[in-house]
Design a protein around this ligand. Sequence first.
Ligand code: C6P
Length: 418
Amino acid sequence: MTVDINTTYDVQAIRADFPILQRRIGSYPLIYLDNAATSQKPRQVIDALVHYYEFSNANVHRGLHTLAEEATEAYETARAKVARFIGAEPESLVFTRNTTEAINLVAYAWGLANLREGDVVVLSEMEHHSNIVPWQLVARLTGAKLHYVPFTSDGELDSDALEQTLRLEPKLVAITHVSNVLGTVNPVEEITRKAHEAGARVLVDGAQAVPHKPVDVRRIGCDFYAFSGHKMLAPTGIGALYARRELLEQMPPFMGGGSMIRKVTHASSTWADVPTKLEAGTPNIADAVALGAAVDYLQAVGMEAIQQHERQLTEEALRLLDGEEDIEIYGPRNASRRCGLVSFNFKHVHPHDAAQILDQRGIAIRAGHHCCQIIMRKLDVTATARASFYLYNTIEEVRTFWKALDDVRKVFGKHGGR
Ligand code: C6P
């Protein structure tokens, strides 16, 4: 099958915006295929960050001077942009450090207030540790029970098992939108509908979805949606939680401190309006502003176009890897069922060794358990190699990556012997 590259998508113009893509690793040009771990940043985002510090830096929501007003305006404008990007109202968007903090916020603020002994929380076996460990911690505090929905040998969520688990009338279903190992795109709209019919709240981990495909939380209908800025062109240290406004209003604060209060007396305090109630202390203003610039950039390229571009890269990677008898691929074989990443293993070479050899050719992939030890156990491996794509990767890079796998064979032999 030949790959039809969309001629209107100007990948070279996009690449020119990313200074780091000019780098060489030794004598090779960098081929960055570790985008699921974190994305690179375009000049526009770096400039927004520098401009904020050089021009408007001040604390927000407090000062009466010009800089404080400008900083507040920049921070709240960023919130409105990020909210609109996922189809939400600004009042429903809480800035957090990342997906992990957003899920912990729900676990501790909503979970502690709403979960009781014996209540059921449904997770899937394809969750990242960020959507497992907080629920284990809160289950220990509340006596709630965790149930895991398995995935099939093709890397798809087992929908029959999900239906059975929903008969347990869970309080919460917490599920990833896109698996960072299998690449699977879960049908979160349908899952949300069924979970709501069963009386559960729904949290979606959107860490690997928001950067790569159009996301509309109102269409999904979920109660909570978490994601990270650093995987979508923004700096590290900024992420967001979307929650339905009435839930945010009902939830007690996650942390106490400055900004989140209305009135403090010796004995007690009352809270600011949402979302400020859930943003204690001085927030990460500069990185929120840069996340706003990242959203501008992604929208200018177009999320549909990015999704389509990544699908072509994924199809090509799957096509090339599928022909290799010494390689095992994990997750759905159909690129339309995935987002832009492919996890794989040489049958006889440890993925860390493969990643190190590719690095000597300037190719950055990730090898490890990807914070998904439950998936690893189920696949009966300790680790996988993973190539993950983004808007600036090219089909030539995918082919160079595939050809470089021969370097691994040269070192380890076709069957793994040195
Ligand atoms: N996955 C990866 O290489 P943070 O660290 O909070 O920004 O994101 C956590 C997280 C949550 N859910 C999913 C589905 C994720 O993929 C991640 C981050 C990275 O796959 C780092 S382990």
